[in-house]
Design a protein. Structure first.
Length: 120
């Protein structure tokens, strides 16, 4: 009976970690996504808005690194830090990069979370 209780406690702890990390990914991702949506909804975005996206990403990235594979985060990170230079150079790729960033964040929020494979 003691072994059963210990194994049940371990399973509940793993379940709690899993649910907590999924909630952290969704919360952090939504914070960055809101900042990106503010930039996309603006008719003429400013560098300050791009800096707000960078700031939101810098706050979210440490939490995301705990539970999401790094290669998935690198594309999103590259897109975040490319926004401001593309805006300042008045490049046509700005809107494409913004849409790519939004789709990466939405995929990250919906599909990624804690993976038991990351434990091994």
């Amino acid at each position: 009976m003691t072994r059963f209780r210990i194994s049940l406690a371990i399973l509940l702890i793993l379940l709690g970690i899993s649910i907590g990390s999924m909630a952290a990914v969704r919360h952090s991702g939504n914070a960055v996504l809101e900042a990106v949506q503010q930039v996309s909804e603006t008719a003429s975005p400013t560098a300050a808005q791009c800096e707000a996206v960078e700031t939101a990403w810098e706050k979210a990235e440490p939490w995301l690194l705990l539970s999401v594979r790094r290669d998935k985060l690198m594309d999103t990170s590259n897109s975040v830090y490319r926004l401001k230079p593309l805006l300042e150079s008045d490049c046509d790729e700005f809107t494409a990069e913004l849409k790519d960033l939004q789709s990466n964040l939405q995929f990250l929020i919906q599909e990624d979370g804690f993976s038991f494979l990351m434990l091994f």
